[in-house]
Design a protein around this ligand. Structure first.
Ligand SMILES: NC(=O)c1ccc[n+]([C@@H]2O[C@H](COP(=O)([O-])OP(=O)(O)OC[C@H]3O[C@@H](n4cnc5c(N)ncnc54)[C@H](O)[C@@H]3O)[C@@H](O)[C@H]2O)c1
Length: 236
């Protein structure tokens, strides 16, 4: 199993939960120091990598599959957020959002597919966002990249055959380092959260990791091409 974005937030929570369930893990992230901590805690093999760099991703996935004796799943949790109105997003930021959030997932899927198909019974879990299909202030380009993640899976099922299930998780507002600046600035205050989802609170990374575990395990054996919102009932 390869988990990307494993150094932080939901990727780290997924890695920890999968390790508790006995998974053999390779952990991809560009934050080498934080990744080492999660690797130490989970027994996973850390790989410091920029997922936007396709050839590097291909080499790293091939090496991970070889070291693990095959590959039966990937969880693509890595992503970046630039929360700004479109006129304030620079061309460089726009390119980076597309290269990481869409390109990073495509690079992983392309590299992993031959190994996943060879395993005969494999899963892909991608992280999109509620921002893919709901209006969010400052989320236009980010939301477009996450809609791209959903659209990618919708078309991929025509190509990948019956050996690989592919599903997408759309988290709502989750308390992770990605959101910490918004929490610190009061943009996502506890009071504001009451109006954001039905449950009136931030989601926890572990609550989303449980969905990734479900979509990877036999309990979801007839699920493919699903988009699962884990948002506490996002209201807008
Ligand atoms: N936190 C939320 O409220 C929320 C809501 C909806 C969707 N999401 C999505 O869920 C996923 C996980 O989010 P999170 O909140 O845990 O984020 P996070 O910022 O806590 O963790 C993201 C990880 O991805 C890694 N990463 C970023 N760019 C990379 C690159 N080019 N190469 C390798 N690693 C890279 C970072 O180093 C970091 O460790 C992301 O795809 C995010 O867009 C988050």
């Amino acid at each position: 199993m390869i988990v990307t974005g494993a150094a932080s937030g939901m990727g780290a929570a997924t890695a920890r939960l999968f390790a508790e369930h006995g998974a053999r893990l390779t952990l991809f992230d560009m934050n080498e120091a934080a990744l080492k901590e999660v690797a130490d805690a989970t027994g996973g093999t850390p790989v410091a990598i920029n997922l936007a760099e396709g050839p590097q991703v291909k080499a790293a996935v091939d090496a991970a599959a070889k070291a693990m004796g095959g590959l039966d799943g990937i969880v693509n949790a890595a992503g970046i957020l630039r929360l700004k109105p479109i006129e304030d997003i620079s061309f460089e930021e726009q390119d980076m959002l597309l290269r990481v959030n869409v390109g990073g997932v495509a690079n992983m899927v392309r590299a992993a597919l031959p190994h996943l198909q060879a395993s005969g019974n494999a899963t892909i879990v991608n992280f999109a966002s509620y921002g893919a299909y709901r209006p969010g202030t400052g989320l236009s380009i980010y939301g477009a990249t996450k809609a791209g993640v959903i659209a990618m899976a919708k078309s991929l099922i025509n190509d990948i055959g019956p050996a690989v299930r592919i599903n997408t998780i759309c988290p709502g507002v989750i308390q992770t380092p990605m959101n910490q600046p918004r929490i610190d600035s009061g943009h996502l205050s506890k009071e504001r959260m009451e109006g954001i989802n039905q449950l009136g609170r931030y989601g926890q990374a572990t609550e989303v990791a449980e969905a990734a575990l479900f979509l990877t395990g036999p309990e979801s054996s007839f699920m493919s091409n699903a988009v699962l919102e884990v948002s506490g009932g996002q209201l807008n």
